[in-house]
Every structure is written in structure tokens, then in C-alpha cells.
Design a protein around this ligand. Structure first.
Ligand code: ATP
Ligand code: MG
Length: 386
């Protein structure tokens, strides 16, 4: 019977928490495969997907390749763990002229041959069935693996495919991603989800200065992220009044600094209200004026109780773009729609603002009512990858 063997990597490190991590991972796998028929089983250190529709194997594999916490997978033939059945399965492997070696792992020590004996006997079987193939134990082109498991089944497979790695989605709790229409923030969302943080997203729009299509773009980005991040609750908040007030009352070079501080205050409010543990942004050190260490100090200082995570902080734009392409958000991100940050954009934003100066500018505003009013405008959109 054809099966998919799943391996998880880093979970091993988690000591007593391992069971919790595993149960989240298993739940996530089952959820990802919702709508498919399949059987899920556990053997020590592995999961096995079986009894699925073989016509749908590539779709099932592509879904599994988007599950965080899985390390690698192999398409394997499952047979009863007796010599004859194993030999029959190994005989069917078609190697052409390739070099190979057979690697046997025996979790079930009651199997009557040792790993070495079985490997060399099966090596002979493969050579007989593939006249042009040859053995190379040091650097084979194909490694034929035979795993004999405690469930009295043997799994025969010849390659493994790398999965996402990381930690199971949700195992690190839940956070709020500040999602713009740009390239960086979707990548930040993906990267932090890969470390187990489930995300909700917050988008600020400045309608009518930004168009309805700018919002649609963000919805498309969030949907793309859902392929990895499950469903996403998107909070959409109007930033128009805030921007108008800053534009009217504050020094132009402080526009972006004050905007960022107010975004952070709103984000923290939503986090506290909805039980989210952290704020996540797509900032990258030095990329623009608002992303210097000094700017981030001034922005951060309004967030009182939560960590602000910036997964892209040390990445070059090229590296961020590569991830965006891999996760299929790039093409959407580069569509030319305006973001609220580009409205009223000052010519010369401060590169090294200070907290004192930002606070002085903010005295000219009624921050509390601006935050309140923005929160009143909140709309919620529930998204999934479908
Ligand atoms: P991105 O490509 O993610 O837009 P960027 O390099 O264009 O990032 P900025 O526009 O300065 O940088 O934004 C920095 C971060 O602030 C973004 O990564 C995002 O997390 C957040 N942000 C910016 N604009 C918005 C918005 N309209 N709504 C929500 N978050 C935003
Ligand atoms: Mg941007």
C-alpha cells in the first residue's frame, strides 16, 4: 500500500512540552487535509498517512508541504514486515543505471535478520532486478531505505522531500501582524507563523485617499498567507482622521513617526482586548527613514506591555523578495496601489527622532480620541485560503 511518511524535526527538543506540540501538529495536519479521505497513524517518531485516493497524492503532498513543524516527508510503500513482502517491494524499484545503497533501520528488534544482513541481501535483490545498477555505499545516487517499525510494518522509500520545518502553528500563541500592501509585512507574517505564532492581521486604510482596491489587495495578500497560516481574522481600521490631524497640526518631518506611534497604540489596544500576545511588523533595519534604530526606539516606546517582533529586521530586500516569491505574495505586493503611508508623505522625514520631540509634537493632538475613533471604525473580515 502506498503511504506518506511524515517526519518532524525540532519537536524533539521540547522535553515535557513535546506532547502539547505534537497534538497541535497532528490537529494542524488533519485540518490541512480536511476534505480528503485518509487514515492517520503514529508510529514512534513518525506519522503515516495511508488509505488515501492515490489520484490525489500530489495535492495531498502539496498541502502537507505547507504545514509548519513537519521536517520532511517520503512517499513510501508499506508492506507487512516479513522478508518475502519486503523483497517483493524492493524488487519493484526501477533504478536504471544509477548507483545505490540499501539502508535498513530496525525499530522492531524481533525481526529475524540483523539490519546488516537484510541490507546486503536486499542489495543483491536490487542488483538482480536492475542489471545496469551498481552499489556505491559512500556516495550513492539513490538511497533505498527499509524501515521496520514496531507496528509490524515495513516502509520502503527512496527519497525524502523537505517540508517547511519550524514549529506547529499555534504552539507559540497568537499575535497581531501589521499588514500593509507591501512586500515585507506578508513575509514577516509567514516567518513568524513558521515559529508557531498564529496570526491575526491589522490593516490601516485611508479611504478616500486610498482606494477600495488597496484594501482588496491586502485581502488577497492575507488569503495567500492563509495557505500557511490557516484562517486569518483581518482587522481593517480607518486611519484617515489620524492622518488628517497629524497633517494639520504636526511638523511634516514627524508625520511618519507620529503615524507609526499611533498605529502601535491602536495595535496594542486590539491585542489587549482580544488576548493577542505580540505585535509583528515587516520592518527591516535601515530600509527607510522610519526603520532606523532611533526611529524604532521612538515607535516602540508607546507599546507598554507587549513585545514587538520584526522577523525581517536583519534581512536584505533581495532576501525578503525571495521569500515573498516562494510564498506567492510577491506578484500581489508589487501591484501599484497606494498605501496609507504614502498619503501626505513628507519630503524629509526625520531619520533620528527622539522620544521627547515626538511627545512634544503629539501634545498638539488629542491622541486618546483619535485612537478611540479609529477603533470605532474597525471592520472584521474572516479569511481562509480557499
Ligand atoms: P511593507 O513592505 O510591509 O509595506 P515597507 O518596507 O513598505 O513595509 P513601511 O511602509 O515603512 O515599510 O512599513 C513598515 C511596517 O509597518 C510594515 O511592514 C507593516 O508591518 C506596518 N505598516 C505599514 N503600513 C501599514 C498599513 N497600512 N497597515 C498596517 N500596517 C502597516
Ligand atoms: Mg509599506
Amino acid at each position: 500500500m502506498r503511504t506518506i511518511l511524515l517526519r518532524f524535526g525540532e519537536l524533539y527538543l521540547k522535553g515535557n512540552n513535546r506532547n502539547i506540540f505534537e497534538s497541535i501538529l497532528i490537529e494542524n495536519i488533519k485540518k490541512k487535509l480536511e476534505g480528503e479521505t485518509f487514515k492517520f497513524s503514529k508510529t514512534f517518531g513518525r506519522y503515516v498517512i495511508s488509505d488515501y485516493d492515490e489520484q490525489r497524492e500530489s495535492e495531498i503532498v502539496s498541502k502537507l508541504l505547507k504545514v509548519f513543524g513537519l521536517h520532511s516527508l517520503s512517499l513510501a510503500e508499506e508492506v507487512d514486515a516479513d522478508y518475502k513482502s519486503i523483497e517483493d517491494a524492493v524488487k519493484k524499484i526501477n533504478l536504471g543505471k544509477k548507483t545505490f545503497k540499501v539502508v535498513v533501520k530496525r525499530a522492531d528488534k524481533t525481526f529475524p535478520m540483523t539490519s546488516m544482513e537484510l541490507a546486503s541481501t536486499l542489495g543483491g535483490v536490487v542488483l538482480k532486478a536492475n542489471k545496469e545498477a551498481s552499489v556505491d555505499v559512500y556516495n550513492p545516487e539513490v538511497e533505498i531505505n527499509v524501515d521496520i517499525r514496531l507496528n509490524k510494518k515495513a516502509y520502503i522509500f527512496s527519497s525524502s522531500i523537505s517540508c517547511q520545518g519550524g514549529l506547529p502553528l499555534g504552539s507559540a500563541g497568537k499575535g497581531l501582524l501589521l499588514l500593509s500592501g507591501g512586500i515585507d509585512s506578508p513575509v514577516a507574517g509567514y516567518l513568524i507563523s513558521k515559529r508557531g505564532l498564529k496570526i491575526e492581521a491589522l490593516h490601516f486604510h485611508s479611504y478616500p485617499y486610498t482606494s477600495e482596491r488597496a484594501k482588496e489587495k491586502v485581502i488577497t495578500l492575507a488569503k495567500r498567507l492563509c495557505h500557511y497560516c490557516d484562517e486569518i481574522k483581518l482587522h481593517v481600521v480607518s486611519f484617515t482622521k489620524v492622518q488628517e490631524a497629524i497633517h494639520m497640526h504636526c511638523a511634516p518631518e514627524f508625520m511618519i513617526t507620529i503615524m507609526r506611534r499611533i498605529m502601535m497604540r491602536i495595535a496594542e489596544r486590539i491585542c489587549k482586548r482580544d488576548g493577542l500576545l505580540t505585535i509583528v511588523t515587516g520592518e527591516s533595519l535601515g530600509q527607510v527613514a522610519s526603520q532606523t534604530v532611533q526611529s524604532m526606539t521612538v515607535t516602540n516606546s508607546v507599546v507598554k506591555e507587549l513585545p514587538v517582533l520584526r522577523p525581517c529586521i536583519a534581512m536584505d530586500k533581495e532576501e525578503i523578495m525571495q521569500v515573498a516569491k516562494n510564498i506567492d505574495t510577491y506578484e500581489t505586493s508589487i501591484l501599484p496601489y497606494e498605501d496609507c503611508c504614502t498619503v501626505f508623505l513628507p519630503k524629509n522625514p526625520v531619520i533620528k527622532p527622539t522620544i521627547e520631540r515626538a511627545e512634544k509634537e503629539e501634545k498638539k493632538l488629542d491622541i486618546e480620541s483619535l485612537v478611540e475613533e479609529a477603533l470605532q471604525s474597525e471592520e472584521i473580515v474572516f479569511l481562509n485560503g480557499k
